[in-house]
Ligand binder design. Structure first.
Ligand code: G6P
Ligand code: MG
Length: 218
């Protein structure tokens, strides 16, 4: 029985994936190499420092830790500029209605994001009050695909993992859900999210009724 929904933030509830992409692409431009949207898939759901390592690997660059810290900081200041002017218009289609549906039907809601900027985004878009628990990059020590972020969310809600469903747009997040022993709904295309228990194009296709039907056996 499904008792709680755990949500990734970037790319599931809000359209920040595009800002992460632009900010990383600007950095790749400065460093003198190409960074495509396909490359960007590998960064989704991955922590800032792990993302930088992947980016540098794509560019064939090996840098020392001090230089990497400087670049990560530079990417983040650009990203923070982009998200500072976000508002509720950037909540993705279907997200609010589904969160409201969960709350009205007594389904627990938790955020499970790798981002250290999650609170800024939740507050700017007005999403904060929709969550019973918020776990983000400031409360976690290991990034997805490690299950930590979702296990902490389930614990905060007091719901066993087997009764939780994770909503994710990233392969690393679907893998984190699997390792946490939770079902998952991929938001996006089955091409990249085939490992999810169910894939839908957006939360517009989701409701508590559909969720209960899809995971009736759980
Ligand atoms: C999310 C995004 C990633 C991002 C990570 C860290 O998981 O999908 O693309 O790298 O958060 O975000 P931050 O805001 O802390 O740099
Ligand atoms: Mg995401």
């Amino acid at each position: 029985e499904i008792k709680a929904c755990l949500f990734d933030l970037d790319g599931v509830l809000v359209d920040t994936a595009k800002y992460h992409y632009i900010a990383w692409k600007e950095l790749a431009d400065q460093l003198g190499f190409e960074f495509t949207e396909k490359d960007n898939e590998r960064l989704k759901g991955v922590s800032r420092s792990a993302s930088l390592n992947i980016l540098l690997e794509i560019g064939g660059l090996a840098l020392d830790e001090a230089e990497k810290a400087r670049l990560a900081e530079s990417k983040n200041s650009r990203y923070v500029e982009y998200i500072s002017s976000m508002d509720s218009s950037e909540i993705l289609p279907g997200a609010l209605a589904f969160l409201e549906d969960c709350r009205s039907q007594g389904i627990g809601t938790a955020l499970g994001s790798a981002s250290k900027n999650a609170m800024t985004i939740l507050n700017n878009t007005g999403l904060t009050p929709y969550f019973d628990a918020i776990i983000d990059g400031t409360n976690t020590s290991v990034a997805k695909p490690d299950p930590e972020v979702f296990l902490l969310g389930a614990e905060a809600l007091g719901v066993p993992p087997v009764n939780c469903v994770v909503f994710e747009d990233a392969e690393a997040g679907i893998e984190a859900a699997r390792r946490a022993g939770m079902a998952s709904v991929g938001i996006g295309s089955p091409e990249t999210l085939g490992a999810a228990s169910l894939v839908v194009p957006s939360l517009l296709e989701m409701s508590v009724a559909r969720l209960k039907e899809a995971f009736a056996a759980v």
